[in-house]
Structure formats: structure tokens, C-alpha cells
Design a binder for this molecule. Structure first.
Ligand code: TYD
Length: 253
């Protein structure tokens, strides 16, 4: 018996139709991918951790007046969200140089940036999510000028919020990616933070030791990813210190 209709299956999540019109259910899988899905693994427990962490961040954002698509958690792997039309951009905020910015501009990883820098990539796996300028976004109509003002404001508010809660538990927020979606309210549309916020889409470094606690552990083979995400969840107090969902990753190709 089909439980509900699958709308879309991505690399780390499955979206199902929600119980009410205008809602969807996000199911967090254990699959990890990197380098545009050239590297893949199933990492037991990752979906549960990301569901819990994303719930924690989105709930906090809702509480401080930053609108998100998150409605409520349903179980260990699923959350109920408002259905929205995703703006086809990956919105990246950087506080320290790392990853592609370091490669592209020759800046050492870990260099503090003079101010948070916001970048936009086109959401298109077949093109490898290329960096695009606001000129491209306006010319090709991916978002309007008003959308871009709203996106910048959302991105910087999310950055301040996440930087603060991470700093409080000894973690440096190096960079992160968000996606935004359009929610329609009668004739009005507004932009909300959508998708997920988790260590899959952030760079998180221990402030004291520099230890990486994010998906770079998987990308760069630095150890056990579940251990790293569990550490983040435990420091934030969203997972009891006794829980040990720790297993070795299984490479599937
Ligand atoms: P970036 O350094 O541009 O790319 P990469 O992760 O390939 O080195 O990424 C900046 C941050 O944004 C990093 O925390 C990962 C996140 N990100 C995603 O989660 N998904 C994406 O598609 C992109 C482009 C970035």
C-alpha cells in the first residue's frame, strides 16, 4: 500500500506530499555525496542527525522572526514543511575562506574575511552548480531585484543567528549554504528559508583545535562523519551525551 506520493528524490532527502494542501514531508536519508555525486556512501545515522539539527536551527530561526518552511518534526527522519517553489540558487555565506573560494582566489583556508561574503550558485547538478553573478540572476530571471534584497537580508540574518549559537558551543561557522523558497499566501508571495540547515551544508570547525565537524570529514576522508555530527548535536544539547549512533561508513562506489 502506497503511504503517500513521492514528489522528488534528491541526494540526501526524499520529498513526499504532505497531509494537507500546501505541505510536504521531508525524509532525511543516510546517503552522503560529494564532488557532484562522484563520491557516495551510506552513513548510518546521518539522516537522523540532520533531521534533528535542521529542526533545531529552523525552529530557532522561526522564533526570532526569520521565516522558514519548517512546521514541525514528525519522527526521527521526517519533518512537515510548507511546500514552496524553490528559487534555483544556492546561497552561500562565508565568514572565513575555505573550499572553492580558497581555490578560486588563492586565499589560505581559515583566513578571516573582512566581512561576511554572500555568493550565488545556480542550482544545476548537470553544470556542477556554477557560481553566478547578480547580473546573471537578473538577466535570466531566476530572481527579481526585490527577491535579491530579501535573499541577502535572510542570508545575513541566518549567518548572525548560526554564528552566535555555534560560537557559544566552541564552534566556528566558516561558511554555509541555504536555499530559499516562495510561499504563496493568497495573492502575496514571500521568501522563506527552505531545504535544510545541517553540517552537510555548513563548514564547522572547533574553535580551539580547528577540528572539522562537517561534511569535509567525508569529502576529505578525515574520519567518521557520524561522530563529527554527533559532536555538534551533543554540544548544542539536541542529543543526549549517552547516545552512540556510531557506525563506519560503507562506500558504495
Ligand atoms: P564551496 O566551498 O563553494 O564548495 P565545496 O563545498 O564544493 O568546497 O561551499 C561553500 C559552503 O556551501 C560549504 O559549507 C558547502 C556548502 N554548499 C552546499 O552545501 N551545497 C552546494 O551545492 C554548494 C555549492 C555549497
Amino acid at each position: 500500500m502506497a503511504r503517500r506520493k513521492k514528489i522528488y528524490e534528491g541526494k540526501a532527502k526524499i520529498l513526499y506530499e504532505g497531509p494537507e494542501p500546501g505541505t510536504i514531508v521531508q525524509y532525511f536519508k543516510d546517503d552522503a555525496t560529494a564532488f557532484n555525486a562522484e563520491k557516495k556512501a551510506v552513513i548510518e545515522g546521518k539522516g537522523v542527525l540532520n533531521n534533528r539539527l535542521s529542526e533545531y536551527f529552523m525552529t530557532g530561526l522561526n522564533q526570532i522572526g526569520v521565516p522558514t518552511h519548517f512546521i514541525k518534526s514528525l519522527n526521527m527522519r521526517e519533518q512537515l514543511c510548507k511546500s514552496c517553489e524553490i528559487v534555483p540558487l544556492e546561497i552561500i555565506v562565508r565568514n572565513y575562506a575555505a573550499g572553492t573560494m580558497s581555490k578560486r582566489l588563492g586565499i589560505d583556508e581559515g583566513t578571516q574575511l573582512p566581512r561576511p561574503i554572500v555568493e550565488y550558485c545556480l542550482k544545476d547538478d548537470s553544470l556542477g552548480d556554477p557560481l553566478v553573478s547578480e547580473e546573471h540572476i537578473a538577466a535570466f530571471g531566476w530572481a527579481s531585484q526585490q527577491d535579491m534584497e530579501d535573499i541577502l537580508s535572510l542570508a545575513l540574518r541566518v549567518n548572525d543567528f548560526l554564528t552566535g549559537i555555534m560560537y557559544a558551543v566552541g564552534i566556528r561557522l566558516v561558511d554555509f549554504k541555504i536555499e530559499v523558497g516562495r510561499v504563496y499566501d493568497g495573492d502575496f508571495q514571500r521568501l522563506v528559508v527552505a531545504d535544510e540547515i545541517s553540517p552537510d551544508s555548513c563548514r564547522l570547525w572547533d574553535i580551539e583545535t580547528g577540528q572539522k565537524l562537517d561534511k569535509d570529514v567525508f569529502r576529505r576522508d578525515l574520519g567518521n562523519l557520524t561522530d563529527a555530527y554527533t559532536e555538534v548535536a551533543q554540544r548544542l544539547g539536541v542529543m543526549p551525551k549517552t547516545s552512540t549512533p556510531i557506525t563506519k561508513p560503507t562506500l558504495i562506489n
